[in-house]
Design a protein. Structure first.
Ligand code: PMT
Length: 436
């Protein structure tokens, strides 16, 4: 087992298991983390023990299970010892109750006291699961916001049929996503085998949880990303602040799930995600040509690029001299609207293609995005709030609302990787009814 392979150097993960029906999935996450080289210790609430017993945790970790503040065999002061030991803490399935306690700073059992005692520098990953109404309750959402603002990393629940038979948001995210989120906090420094994390987690997925590869209902995707540069003269251009992070994250996520991905990238300095075919372009015209060409062989297009709407009609072949006259002489013409053109041709040749746009808005987000959805004719649009410093151009996080003719799904502020995962989930779901 990886725990022994990396004795003394293994990354230390504390798994806090809470009392929900999804507690059994914590067993799968524990196994994935062990295979990736982590030493995992478990703290369980009393409620969680009703779902998964001590024998399971002790058998898998070879450690006594921590359950109580007072009569625990693990340590004289177990909550301090455990919270100080961990490099990353994972709370799963995070119940409404445990998140409320975390937000309030309550410490009336081992898990809540341990969570309160976690040092500020130690990341806490929270993977909630609960009934849809409990999840959507204002109190729960307020607690989620408080915890996020304090730096907790959330692996958000997904939509689906819940244990109570309700259908909606509240289902635990996939065990692979949760394990990935923990490993992402560790980087690859704690244990040599973590350098192999990607491969090992993939193997673990295939061996134990079944792979997500090939589970998408479409096989080929074209993604646009980054800004475009519109030449004024040989040294000047019109551009915008797009870094390409959002589009690259989408390309990476789709490829990770087995899609054949063509990434049409404007001028950015990001590495090409694994398994992605990248076409570098500079101008809106080049982006147009490369995207239209790739779309012919694609099932899905996702336009995350910030394409210039205007370009100089006659870029100078020499550096323009300073002066009002030169400035006034720059004539701008509209660029081709790539997204609108893809939408107009999406059913050509008897094929049904699914087209997704982004709408970068600084005000009246939903109305403006809804208007773009209708005007351009896309199947789904991500209304992107670019008025916030933690969202939109250049940031590592993003806040979007997914709008389709079926309605709106507001996502909280998430890492761009998480937005990409949620977007691909949503496209996969909508694509099935779209092509039917
Ligand atoms: O790259 P990052 O730093 O990670 O930032 C991400 C982002 C903010 C750029 C991205 O999430 C985003 O919102 N992209 C869309 C930006 C934009 O130009 O939005 P828009 O509202 O102007 O355009 C609407 C849609 O039409 C977009 O899908 C855009 O790609 C598309 N478009 C626009 C003009 C044009 N000539 N052709 C197009 O295809």
């Amino acid at each position: 087992m990886a725990n022994e392979d990396c004795e003394g150097a293994a990354a230390r993960v504390l798994l806090c298991v809470c009392g929900g029906i999804a507690a059994y999935k914590a067993v799968e996450v524990l196994r994935l983390l062990q295979r990736a080289g982590c030493t995992v210790r478990v703290a369980s609430t009393e409620g969680a023990l009703r779902f998964v017993g001590a024998a399971t945790w002790e058998g898998l970790t070879h450690e006594p299970l921590a359950t109580s503040l007072f009569d625990d065999a693990t340590s004289a002061i177990p909550h301090i010892e455990l919270s100080g030991w961990a490099e990353v803490v994972l709370v799963m399935p995070a119940t409404a109750n445990v998140m409320a306690k975390m937000a309030m700073g309550m410490a009336d059992d081992l898990v809540s006291a341990t969570l309160l005692a976690v040092p500020e520098a130690t990341p806490i990953v929270v993977a909630p699961a609960m009934n849809v109404h409990m999840w959507k309750a204002a109190a729960t959402q307020a607690n989620v916001s408080v915890l996020m603002a304090r730096g907790a990393r959330f692996v958000m629940p997904v939509s689906g049929r819940l244990a109570c038979n309700d259908v909606g948001e509240g289902k635990l995210a996939s065990v692979e996503c949760i394990a990935d989120a923990v490993l992402a906090q560790l980087g690859a420094t704690s244990c040599e085998s973590l350098a192999e994390t990607g491969r090992e987690v993939q193997e673990a997925r295939e061996a134990e949880a079944g792979t997500r590869m090939g589970t998408l209902p479409f096989s080929s995707v074209v993604v646009t990303a980054g800004p475009t540069h519109e030449a004024i003269d040989p040294v000047r251009y019109i551009a915008n602040r797009s870094s390409g992070k959002m589009g690259f994250a989408i390309a990476e996520e789709a490829a990770r799930r087995g899609a054949e991905v063509t990434l049409v990238a404007g001028p950015v300095s990001l590495p090409t995600p694994q398994g992605v075919r990248r076409v570098d372009v500079v101008s809106a015209a080049e982006m147009h040509d490369a995207t239209v060409a790739a779309f012919a062989n694609s099932d899905v297009a996702i336009c995350a690029a910030a394409v210039a709407d205007y370009t100089p009609a006659h870029p100078a072949d020499h550096k323009l001299k300073k002066g009002r006259e030169q400035l006034d002489a720059i004539e701008l013409v509209q660029t081709a609207d790539i997204l609108a053109e893809l939408c107009a041709s999406k059913n050509d040749g008897g094929k049904r293609r699914f087209v997704v746009g982004f709408a970068a808005e600084t005000h009246d987000l939903l109305n403006n995005a809804q208007a773009k959805l209708e005007r351009k004719g896309c199947d789904l649009i991500a209304a992107n709030d670019v008025s916030r410093s933690d969202s939109g151009f250049g940031s590592d996080t993003n806040r979007v609302t997914l709008l389709s003719p079926a309605g709106a799904e507001a996502l909280p502020t998430l890492s761009k990787a998480e937005v990409a995962a949620r977007l691909v989930d949503r496209i996969a779901k909508d694509f099935v009814s779209y092509v039917r």
